[in-house]
Ligand binder design. Structure first.
Ligand code: HEC
Ligand code: HEC
Length: 273
């Protein structure tokens, strides 16, 4: 009897080890997968002043995640520590065409995919805004890294990756994208598609890796124009409430919208059928 128990135990242990090895092999395959999208030529041509190029670039959220010289986005024991790296160090390694492919398709210089960085939103960035982003990125002085280390996945994160529960942005971007040449005069829908919809839906709450974001349409309808401006400018909700990640993205990114931009965004969100 004892012998049989030992054999069964040994078999169970062996199966577990094979399963773990399988997960790691799947993970390595996923992590090293490259995407076959060519970095198409892109000419950075902008008639905007340096200040206006930077302002527009900053409305597109690079700063909220990367901060000035790198930022830890998620640090969950077991899941992992996800770092948005120091842009001032990475950008010089990229050509303009490779930057466009990274931003619009979520594909790094070496052909592998990025996590979390919202290429599926950025695929909608217009050519003139892309030129503004690149002009701004190229103007940044190199800074020492603000955080130590790179992205590290823990066991739960690895299982999520191996089982396709944590998406690569490159898989979410349509194969063919057709961004417009110029930023529309009314940026309401554009701002929703490039920024807000990374975290929010219009009519339903949206759960992402680390937080639950409420439906935007009823909020845009209930907020007064003045409170909506205060929210995007300062990150404070009605009554001065701190709103966590919403406060952070507002302070870093949305505070760079003009007053007219913010009015257009609220009108679009509140009235879209
Ligand atoms: C929601 C957060 C988020 C936003 C917004 C974001 N990034 Fe990232 N970015 C990341 C993360 C996380 C990584 C590291 C991803 C990885 O290693 O897979 C990254 C990586 C990068 C890299 C380095 C790629 C490499 O070779 O390792 C560059 C350059 C970059 N981002 C530029 C930008 C620019 C420019 C913008 C704005 C247009 C932007 N990012 C917006 C999260 C973000
Ligand atoms: C990085 C994710 C993220 C992005 C991008 C984002 N939001 Fe949010 N937002 C949140 C989360 C999370 C909450 C809920 C915060 C809470 O209740 O603690 C929230 C809350 C809100 C609220 C409700 C505030 C309140 O009074 O409770 C409004 C309005 C809002 N967001 C508007 C926007 C608009 C407009 C955009 C685009 C310009 C946007 N958000 C982009 C994550 C995001």
């Amino acid at each position: 009897m004892k012998r049989i128990v030992k054999i069964i135990l040994a078999a169970v242990v062996a199966i577990c080890l094979i399963a773990v090895a399988g997960v790691y092999a799947l993970l390595e395959m996923r992590l090293s997968r490259t995407y076959d999208v060519a970095a198409a030529d892109f000419t950075v041509k902008t008639t905007l002043s340096a200040e206006e190029a930077e302002r527009r670039a900053r409305t597109l959220m690079c700063g909220g995640c990367h901060h000035d010289a790198g930022n830890v986005l998620i640090d969950e024991p077991g899941v992992g520590r996800i770092v948005a790296p120091n842009l001032t160090r990475f950008v010089p390694m990229y050509s303009d065409a490779e930057l466009v492919r990274l931003i619009r398709h979520g594909i790094k210089k070496d052909g592998t995919g990025v996590f979390i960085m919202p290429a599926s939103n950025f695929a909608n960035i217009t050519d003139d805004d892309m030129a503004a982003i690149i002009a701004w990125l190229r103007s940044l002085k190199q800074l020492p890294d603000a955080v130590v280390g790179t992205t590290q996945w823990g066991p739960l994160g690895r299982i999520g990756l191996a089982l396709d529960k944590i998406p690569f942005e490159a898989d979410l971007v349509p194969a063919v994208i057709a961004p417009a040449a110029t930023r529309p005069a009314d940026i309401g829908e554009y701002a929703f598609r490039t920024d807000c919809s990374h975290c929010h839906n219009l009519d339903t709450a949206k759960q992402s890796e680390a937080f639950l974001a409420p439906a935007l349409k009823p909020l845009a309808q209930s907020y007064s124009a003045a409170d909506f401006k205060t929210l995007l400018r300062t990150g404070k909700g009605v009554g001065g409430r701190d709103l966590g990640v919403m406060t952070q993205v507002s302070q870093w990114d949305f505070s760079h919208f003009t007053e007219a931009d913010i009015e257009q965004i609220q009108i679009y969100l509140a009235h879209r059928p």
